[in-house]
Design a protein around this ligand. Structure first.
Ligand SMILES: Cc1cc2nc3c(=O)[nH]c(=O)nc-3n(C[C@H](O)[C@H](O)[C@H](O)COP(=O)(O)OP(=O)(O)OC[C@H]3O[C@@H](n4cnc5c(N)ncnc54)[C@H](O)[C@@H]3O)c2cc1C
Length: 400
């Protein structure tokens, strides 16, 4: 009998996993169940659109491996599918000696992760490249780029459908029966899908899918929202490449940065504040189920105990456009609040462990006939085809 694999989640990771699975196991029936009416409606369609090079990540980590491999696979996929992208390069900037130490660590990570042509620049070289950026030191990462991941996801969907993979939308998984030999996934519309293997790629809801499958996961998703601003017409050309600050090593977020979108818009963002609804991009309204999930988790209170001061600063920056602009002006003097118009937002599925640590690396839980992708934060869009390849390999070994 034909084997069946069900993937829950039609974000870029679920789609990329299906692509890699189909390549390795062409005779297996693959079905993606997506609860929204299209693919990429959450993180995969609400992000910075950066093709990350892999410079930041600790050598040997899953992020380092998957980002560098995923980068090459992503560019190949875009070339094959005529998806436009631009390798506009990136500057990571540092303004004092303390930041310079972190910058050097990032540079060494880049070298150890096999990145070519990255360079530490002096003030004059920075000025030549980006006259409006004020920075004592910077790393130039020429291979960093931009792409529209929503478009990438939609192309993945059409490739999959062309190969006979079913990408079913409006299919919210609400129950998983893992007691019998054949797994059963029940959806809200009362449809039922049987599978020999299940992959959880549910992003912001991945901990809930673990719970449905009876997995006692050590992780909880705590959603962090990030708001982006558009640069108004008069400041749109303020920078040419991607401009990032040195990230705070205590947090998995990269800091507010300048990103050009593929449509030519220049954005600044995102910040990172606690969200009270995992999927509400419009405002800070409360989803009581999501709030209860945050407040009832001991790991959350431990996190607050450690980082309440950073949290408060981020809230201040969120509610004060002036402060947001002021922080940006540390990289690019002259930016003021009136140069910015609020644009979109994204919500990160940030995994927190029971000790209140923000889990930085990609994390996967294996169980009988199941793989749960529990943590796939940035740069998982860049890395998606490599993550998918790794998952497909694990399943190929288990299923045949
Ligand atoms: C603000 C922000 C900026 C980022 N910037 C970048 C960047 O520049 N470069 C980069 O590489 N990465 C970036 N990332 C990270 C990247 O976007 C994510 O890591 C990636 O999109 C994760 O993909 P995913 O498929 O795991 O999750 P998602 O895209 O969230 O997909 C999960 C899917 O599962 C579905 N689902 C959930 N529950 C169910 C259910 N019960 N039944 C059926 N379906 C369900 C959801 O509807 C959703 O479509 C950014 C992320 C954010 C939030």
């Amino acid at each position: 009998m034909q084997k069946r694999i069900v993937i829950i989640g039609g974000g870029i990771v679920g789609l990329a996993t299906a692509m890699q699975l189909h390549e390795k196991l062409p005779d297996v029936k693959i079905v993606i169940l997506e609860k929204e009416n299209d693919v990429a409606r959450h993180q995969s369609g609400h992000n910075s659109g950066v093709i990350h090079s892999g410079i930041y990540y600790k050598p040997g980590s899953n992020k380092a491996k998957n980002c560098t491999e995923g980068y090459a696979k992503m560019l190949r996929f875009c070339d094959e599918q005529n998806i436009p992208y631009q390798l506009i390069g990136k500057l990571i900037v540092a303004n004092d000696e303390k930041q310079k130490i972190k910058l050097d660590q990032i540079y060494n990570n880049g070298l150890n992760n096999g990145l070519k042509n990255i360079k530490v620049l002096k003030k004059e070289e920075i000025q030549n490249l980006e006259p409006n950026v004020r920075s004592k030191y910077a790393i130039h990462v020429p291979q960093a780029g931009i792409v529209d991941y929503k478009l990438v996801s939609q192309k993945m969907r059409s490739c999959l459908e062309g190969q006979g993979v079913e990408v079913l939308t409006n299919k919210k998984a609400i129950a998983i029966d893992s007691v019998h030999q054949v797994l059963r996934v029940a959806c809200e519309d009362e449809s039922l899908y049987e599978a020999d293997f299940l992959v959880n790629c549910a992003g912001l809801q991945s901990d809930r899918i673990c719970a449905l499958a009876g997995i006692n996961s050590p992780y909880r998703i705590i959603p962090f929202k990030g708001v982006y601003y558009y640069l108004n017409e008069n400041k749109k050309e303020i920078v040419k490449s991607l401009i990032y600050p040195v990230p705070d090593p205590n947090f998995p977020f990269l800091g507010i940065h300048y990103t050009k979108l593929m449509n030519g818009q220049q954005t600044l963002g995102p910040n990172a504040i606690l969200a009270f609804d995992r999927e509400n991009y419009a405002n800070q309204d409360i989803n009581w189920k999501d709030l209860q999930s945050i407040l009832s988790y001991k790991g959350f209170w431990k996190l607050i105990g450690k980082h309440w001061n950073v949290g408060l600063t981020e809230y201040f920056r969120n509610y004060s456009k002036h402060y947001f602009a002021f922080k940006a002006s540390e990289m690019t003097p002259g930016i003021v609040a009136t140069d910015l118009t609020e644009s979109s937002s994204g919500i990160r599925a940030q995994v927190i462990d029971r000790d209140g640590n923000m889990v930085d690396d990609f994390a996967v839980l294996k169980a009988k006939q199941m793989i749960h992708i529990c943590n796939a934060p940035s740069p998982a869009a860049t890395a998606s085809l490599s993550i998918g390849d790794q998952i497909a390999q694990m399943i190929t070994e288990g299923i045949s």
